[in-house]
Design a protein around this ligand. Structure first.
Ligand code: GLC
Length: 722
């Protein structure tokens, strides 16, 4: 359908039909659609009429080819103008084949595999009738108390932007209209939701516009520059204004300054939440503020359908604003080809062969291998198949390894650690015991586990958080492993056997009680459908760990927020000649994180030459080429993530101690060395000034190259604008 046809369609619509397009309800409002759409309890209490359903624009959370076909066909039989529904769902890191959680994918530093994970998620979701995914989540995170850090790719704006682009490319492909195996991407949660105070979900966010633009907006912008079709508002305030009513952020910055003319959807209930936030007295004021802020679709509350007709009638809202919103929604349906093909990719037959197929599971396993991070290894890994293994812990034989957003992922069908280890080791070499629950521990469990451990050469403890201890509404004030599991580990330590800990968790943890008692630690996060197989291949050295942390692990919860791209302060702790007391420090813990951004071990070792520069003066037109030689100094093949950081020694505002500007993930055979080069340009030195201008300043800089944000080799250079 061409644009002028859309306009003509819009002109045929009544005001009530237009406003209903702005309404999104969950799938359960439609389940009865095949029987004619009976009004059910929740719908009746919300005052949602049959007529509103027949004219609504989109559905939340419906999937399954047969179900979607039935609902769409029933809808088209009733909708006067034959306008199809958009089917939207949270396909965040997989549909049925579940990939590692995004924070784990972030640790892979592997854009190709990240893109492939989104492409496969789209393939499985599209054949099951989904049109739009509420992903990527591009929130920058610095507080592991927040449960949703698992949904992000970490604490760096540049890296988050690279991943946001990769996910959008994977979800959307190059031709959303004709490639019905793809999904429209909806980047979220705009904006700065990851800065929720106290790491408590849905809490207040407040920061300067300069910080917002410098750190929190770049990844959303990257997703939109890559063509993301939609944006979802976040639950939080910024500068005292809840996002879903924030004209400055949504209409002025997102739409006018950035030129975004796609569909903007509120997060669940966020329009009506303007009332408890305290910026709207009632639904009418909430609807007024949200439509003025240019929120097109109201998810799961009913302010628009109830209040907009009167607001238009009494002149508070011009119908042209409604028309703008409806036209954006109709254009998205057009770009998805829904007018010509309202069932789009939904295909009952094809669904059976595509969903959870071997090729998809292989991709999930490969990405899980790349996403795990080796945090410690005192010569106990890799295991050998002849060793007698005691596999103990609440995650030893547990399918709850898919993470909080695992859509149709099946914990029953997930690759668990126990069977995977048993299959890989020599016959009879692996014995399994639970040892403890996630938060409970009994003497009986201990005695059983102890007996198993005493017969073993190596103890593998599979520990972690339950999947509902992170994710949405999963904030924790104490980010240690639950006490029961630390007790289990402490008692295991007394047996005098080598202990390998495998962690299943959705956030950086305070590793107190773990790091000192484990001889090796493999961070597996929530590794997804193929987690057990992936972890096993790493434990036995079939694969060499190559993951690198993209979010700092704090010494303790008291150190939060701790992140690598921090400012120096006027009294830095380690400055030459610094006072012992009167500097920026804690009396009881160090300032540095326990494990820094970029950290990860390997079964081999690497050495770095001093960085070689093509010159020490950079100009706008004369970049600097940075070259470093990396050597595999160990005796097994391994992958290294070579990272390039800069520091602006003196800016118009304070500048971070380090900023990631580029990286290269390389593979080296034993003894092999490779030259890695980066081209550093003036554009990469630009930043937001106090007047919000975005530019670079001439002056002194440092660049750093190394395997993580702390172990680096540095060189000086100057930028001149001559
Ligand atoms: C939730 C989440 C959001 C999700 C939406 C729809 O509240 O905040 O990420 O996309 O609802 O399920």
């Amino acid at each position: 359908m061409k644009d002028q046809q859309l306009t003509s369609l819009l002109n045929q619509m009544t005001l009530e039909e237009k406003i209903a397009q702005l309404q999104q309800l969950a799938a359960n409002f439609y389940e009865g659609a095949e029987e004619g759409g009976q009004i059910t309890g929740p719908m009746a209490s919300m005052g949602i009429t049959d007529h509103m359903i027949e004219n609504s624009g989109s559905v939340l959370g419906l999937s399954g080819a047969e179900q979607v076909i039935a609902v769409q066909e029933a809808h088209l039989r009733k909708n006067r103008l034959g306008i199809p529904l958009l089917m939207m769902a949270d396909i965040v890191h997989g549909f049925k084949t579940i990939f590692p959680v995004p924070l784990a994918i972030g640790c892979s530093w592997d854009m190709e595999r990240a893109e492939l994970s989104a492409e496969i998620a789209a393939k499985e979701a599209a054949v099951s009738g989904v049109h739009v995914t509420f992903a990527p989540m591009a929130d920058l995170v610095r507080d592991p108390r927040w449960g949703r850090v698992m949904e992000s790719t970490g604490e760096d704006p540049y890296l988050n932007g690279r991943f946001a682009r990769a996910f959008v490319r994977g979800f959307q492909g190059n031709d959303l209209t004709d490639d019905v195996s793809r999904l429209a991407a909806c980047v979220k949660h705009f904006a700065a939701y990851g800065l929720s105070e106290g790491g408590r979900d849905y809490n207040t966010v407040d920061l300067s516009e300069r910080q917002l633009r410098e750190y929190y907006l770049p990844a959303y912008r990257a997703a939109l520059d890559e063509g993301a079709e939609m944006v979802m508002t976040s639950f939080n305030t910024i500068d005292g204004i809840p996002i879903s009513g924030n004209v400055k952020l949504l209409r002025q910055l997102l739409r006018e300054e950035w030129g975004f003319d796609g569909v903007l959807i509120s997060d669940w209930g966020a329009v009506k939440e303007l009332i408890p936030h305290g910026v709207a007295e009632d639904e009418a004021e909430a609807a007024l503020k949200a439509i003025k802020a240019s929120v097109d679709i109201e998810m799961m509350t009913e302010c628009y359908v109830h209040q907009l007709p009167a607001l238009v009638a009494d002149g508070q809202v011009d119908e042209s604003i409604i028309d703008e919103a409806v036209l954006r929604i109709l254009k998205l349906k057009q770009r998805l080809g829904l007018f010509e093909n309202p069932l789009r990719g939904a295909d009952i037959e094809k669904e059976r062969e595509v969903i959870f197929c071997e090729a998809h599971r292989t991709a999930a396993r490969e990405l899980a291998v790349k996403s795990c991070v080796l945090l410690k290894n005192d010569q106990v890994l890799p295991l050998t198949t002849e060793q007698r293994i005691a596999l103990i812990g609440p995650f030893a034989n547990n399918g709850d390894i898919l993470g909080p957003w695992s859509w149709l992922g099946s914990t029953e069908e997930a690759s668990r650690l126990a069977p995977a280890l048993e299959a890989r080791a020599a016959a009879g070499k692996v014995t399994v015991a639970e040892g403890s629950g996630i938060e409970s521990f009994t003497e009986e469990q201990w005695l059983e586990a102890k007996a198993v451990a005493l017969e073993a050469d190596v103890i593998v403890l599979a520990l972690g958080e339950h999947s509902d201890m992170s994710g949405e509404a999963g904030s924790r004030s104490d980010i240690c492993l639950p006490e029961a599991q630390r007790e289990l580990l402490q008692r295991m330590k007394t047996l005098g056997k080598p202990i390998v800990v495998v962690l299943f968790n959705g956030r950086p943890l305070d590793l107190s009680g773990v790091i000192e008692n484990a001889d090796a630690i493999l961070e597996a996060w929530f590794p997804g459908s193929e987690g057990g197989a992936a972890i096993t291949s790493l434990l036995y050295g079939d694969e060499n760990p190559s993951g690198r942390l993209t979010m700092s692990f704090p010494v303790s919860v008291g150190q939060i927020p701790v992140y690598y791209n921090h400012f120096n302060t006027g009294r830095p702790l380690h400055a030459p000649g610094a006072d012992k007391r009167y500097v920026s420090q804690y009396l009881d813990i160090p300032n540095e994180p326990f494990l820094p951004f970029g950290f990860g071990l390997s079964y081999t070792t690497f050495s770095y030459s001093e960085p070689n520069l093509s010159g020490e003066i950079m100009t706008k037109d004369q970049p600097i080429k940075v070259t470093v030689t990396v050597t595999n100094t160990g005796n097994v093949q391994g992958e290294e993530v070579v990272q390039l950081y800069i520091r602006d020694i003196s800016g118009e505002v304070v500048r971070p101690m380090k900023e990631l500007k580029d990286f290269a993930k390389i593979s080296l055979s034993p003894g092999e060395c490779k030259e890695v080069s980066f081209t550093l340009t003036e554009a990469q030195l630009r930043y937001y000034h106090s007047d919000l201008s975005f530019s670079s300043d001439p002056g002194q800089f440092k660049l750093f190259v190394g395997p993580n944000s702390q172990e680096v080799k540095e060189r000086d250079f100057r930028l001149t604008l001559a």
